[in-house]
Design a protein. Sequence first.
Length: 402
Amino acid sequence: MPVFTYQGQNAAGEKVQGERAAENKQVLRAMLARERIQASVIKEKSAGKSFNITFGAGVKAKELAVFFRQFSVMIDAGLPLVQCLEILGNNQVNKKFKDALLTVRTSVEGGSTLANALRAHPKIFDDLTTNMIEAGEAGGILDTILQRISAYVEKAVKLKAAIKSALVYPVSVIVLAVVVVGCLLKFVVPIFANLFVGLGVDLPAATQFVINLSAFISNFWWLIFLSVGALFGIIKYIRTTPKGLYYTDKILLNLPVFGPVLRKIAVARFTRTLGTLISSGVPILDGLAITARTSGNAVLEKALMNVRGSIEQGRNIVDPLRESGVFPSMVTQMIGVGEATGAMDNMLQKIADFYEDEVDAATKDMLALMEPMLIAFLGVAVGGIVISLYMPLFSMISKLAG
């Protein structure tokens, strides 16, 4: 489903802007009209996603989790909605978050529902949040929904932290290796090269290769940075197109070491999101659409939208999930059991718990596998340069000794 940005005025004459998913511009204009927003500009947002787990622009996930937790307690205590928003807004240190909450308070005071008021700030409150709150308002269980949103955000932050911790060590070792090798080639190798020229010794092939590489680095170091920058730019451009995004995400999922970990992360996010939505009263078709848009992976998004289309045609959820080839057989079987017993939301949450534990275990196994490989890489790179520099000296010493 495409995403559109819009600008316009609300019933109070205030300027509003934001972004919203809709089938087309006409549907979005009708949606905004029901919220008493007169849209003056509607533009389709360009494609492009990242695999990262993200929350509001300028608002930390921890701030959102605390906000929803406090909000649920205040609603449960019987405080009026407008008063809750005013208290929470005024207590925010983050100015962007404070301004957004006070704007939401004004909209609610003017007669808007909480869900519609939050939809005016899509960079902070995503579709998952607003749809759950809409279901909570309709069912009279807003405090429970807010607690579920808080728990969801906290678990998503924990998953993101596990991914970051898994990347810190390998990235640090690779950066250290590049710095050490670069310093050797830039500063140490030229000293030995001048020494060899003065001695007039014959250089082995390995030594000559290192000296030539040093000369290239010294004269064309800018070309290396330019090439790396161009490579990242090309990849970024490719990922702005739907096909490029799909195929790069597919490659990531099929990588030998990282692919299984990324697949487990995707399954954990999918089951956690869909389970939270269904347990909050969001219809399964809407839940699948929201889960697809917030999956962070184009392959998973396409699979879930195909599943949604199959369900619209009267099929169950299990068969299209299995046919997609994206989800492990254990996941589809457990979802099938949940669908048959009418407890799909609980089953999805159990699958999410299992796969989040699997992500922790997989990242630890990946680090255990990569640690000796990275150390070996660093040793071979640095040791190879040092040995190649000393080879002519060893040859010369052996000749003098003979």
